[in-house]
Design a protein around this ligand. Structure first.
Ligand SMILES: *[C@@H]1O[C@H](CO)[C@@H](O)[C@H](O)[C@H]1NC(C)=O
Ligand SMILES: *[C@@H]1O[C@H](CO)[C@@H](O)[C@H](O)[C@H]1NC(C)=O
Ligand SMILES: *[C@@H]1O[C@H](CO)[C@@H](O)[C@H](O)[C@H]1NC(C)=O
Ligand SMILES: *[C@@H]1O[C@H](CO)[C@@H](O)[C@H](O)[C@H]1NC(C)=O
Ligand SMILES: *[C@@H]1O[C@H](CO)[C@@H](O)[C@H](O)[C@H]1NC(C)=O
Length: 461
């Protein structure tokens, strides 16, 4: 920390002298309340760096990366206009995004500090509140002009989204991920009709998704994964026609999938895995979300068979159906239509029958998990396929599966932990290859002996 801080200080000193060279005097200057408030925030986030002496001048002329000014009234011939702080980003992200670094003692002593920035549009914290508890309430009084509120990896941020957040009617992005924020989403959330992204993953939220989430028509990303949310998916969700990504995984959502979801025509990622949806099968109407690229339903006791919906979902590249309680055969249409499929997980179900021959056509496939089912027969994979997929081909726990002798060598080479696969005994003859005849006619006897010959011939080939 100390080393990175002094490096940071050096960088700042250099850029400070460069900035001095380009200062012009005609610019309006930042008012003293905002100037002082920026120093106070910086000091509370990282007291190791002497912010006031490094940036003694107008912060609209020379400020640390992440502190951004903008005009609130534009200059005219007679008036220099006025400026205000519009963006504040804290927490060193990368050399391309060197926001002021936060130290482990980062905190916010004054809960109303941020109300000193009436024109703030963006507030961003990455890895700042890591040890000392800071309440989300300190940010509830931000002006109604705020467009982006982002907290990434702040494990000591706590509190909840109180009703006052629903006053931030300009909000486009709300991101709170990797913190201890808890409580419910306030019922007035539907008032925030400018939201395009709501990411609340990896927190301690509880309760349901508000029904009037359906009013947020511009919403493109809804990610509430890894929380304690429960209840049904609200029916209104189907009205979110702009939605591209919906991730509700790792919560306690339950019930059935509402039919209204077929209205999500632009959805590319649907992740409902590891919830408590049950006994509703994999609905046929999922086929109407024709832009889907990822369908992840693993870890819900859905039951039923895998439906034949893949002809309408040709752009799919990932399917997760692990532990969903499906029975029956694997539809061959997966191999026929999904030319871009790269990930397929069907493990830990009760699937029977053979692996469709058409799977050999899946040229993009690089991860296939069929483990712990009751599949049988010959695996239709070439040596080339097996070596491409390598360790990510998992078939163990299907005692009746076998692999051709020609392929098994490359299989054990690329995937040594799958030693139990049997070598297929003989070429199986598809039943329909032989004409059905009655054994009582002499012709029938001839055909039968002919077929026995064919079998023997194939066996010794
Ligand atoms: C954090 O604060 C404690 C006491 O307040 C101090 O001893 C410690 O050096 C500080 N750590 C850093 C990294 O500034
Ligand atoms: C929302 O803003 C209005 C007007 O500024 C204010 O009167 C009200 O108290 C605010 N609501 C909350 C919940 O903070
Ligand atoms: C949203 O719905 C809840 C109940 O589901 C209701 O109490 C609340 O008033 C609604 N809010 C808006 C803004 O419609
Ligand atoms: C498969 O991916 C390619 C390349 O991204 C794309 O051009 C093609 O349209 C995709 N195929 C389908 C059926 O979506
Ligand atoms: C697996 O399939 C065989 C028939 O192919 C059947 O006899 C057996 O009961 C099945 N086992 C399970 C666990 O379903």
């Amino acid at each position: 920390m100390a080393i990175s801080s002094s490096l940071y200080t050096l960088t700042i000193i250099i850029s400070f002298f460069i900035a001095q060279l380009v200062i012009t005097n005609s610019q309006p200057i930042l008012n003293s309340v905002e100037q002082e408030s920026v120093y106070r925030v910086l000091d509370s986030l990282n007291s190791d760096i002497p912010w006031r002496s490094l940036f003694p001048d107008d912060l609209c002329s020379s400020a640390p990366h992440g502190v951004v000014c903008g005009y609130t009234t534009l200059p005219t011939q007679s008036d220099p206009g006025s400026v205000s702080i519009q963006e504040l980003s804290f927490g060193y992200v990368s050399d391309h995004n060197p926001n002021p670094p936060c130290n482990p003692n980062s905190t916010l002593p004054d809960p109303f500090l941020f109300s000193s920035f009436p024109n703030l549009k963006k507030l961003f914290f990455y890895n700042c509140f890591t040890h000392r508890p800071v309440s989300l309430n300190s940010f509830s009084q931000l002006g109604s002009g705020l467009e982006e509120l982002v907290f990434i990896e702040n494990p000591s941020l706590f509190g909840s989204l109180s009703q006052s957040f629903t006053n931030m009617t300009s909000l486009r992005r709300l991101v709170i991920t990797g913190s201890k924020v808890s409580g419910e989403i306030p019922s007035g959330f539907g008032l925030l009709t400018n939201l395009e992204e709501v990411t609340l993953s990896r927190n301690k939220f509880v309760g349901g998704l508000p029904e009037n989430v359906s009013r947020i028509k511009k919403l493109k990303i809804l990610d509430v994964s890894d929380n304690g949310f429960e209840g049904n998916i609200p029916v209104g969700i189907g009205e979110l026609e702009s939605l591209i990504k919906m991730d509700l995984s790792m919560n306690h959502f339950s019930g059935e999938f509402p039919v209204s979801m077929k209205g999500l025509k632009g959805l590319e990622l649907l992740d409902l895995s590891y919830n408590r949806f049950a006994n509703c099968g994999i609905p046929l109407f999922f086929s109407e979300m024709s832009k889907l690229k990822v369908l992840e339903l693993s870890g819900n006791e859905l039951g039923g068979v895998i439906p034949d919906i893949w002809g309408k979902l040709r752009g799919i590249n990932g399917i997760g159906l692990s532990r969903v309680g499906v029975v029956g055969n694997i539809p061959y249409s997966i191999g026929v239509f999904l030319e871009n499929l790269s990930y397929l997980a069907l493990d830990n179900n009760m699937l029977i029958g053979s692996v469709p021959l058409e799977f050999e056509r899946l040229e993009m496939l690089n991860e296939l998990n069929l483990k712990n089912n009751n599949l049988s027969g010959r695996l239709p994979f070439s040596a080339k396929f097996v070596s491409r997929v390598g360790r990510k081909l998992e078939v163990q726990g299907n005692p009746e599966l076998c692999l051709d002798k020609r392929v098994i060598g490359s299989f054990s080479k690329s995937n040594r932990n799958l030693g139990h696969l049997k070598v297929c005994k003989r070429v199986e003859i598809p039943k329909f290859a032989l004409p059905h005849v009655s054994s009582s006619t002499s012709i029938g006897h001839q055909v039968q002996s002919l077929s026995v010959l064919v079998v023997i011939w194939l066996f010794f080939m």
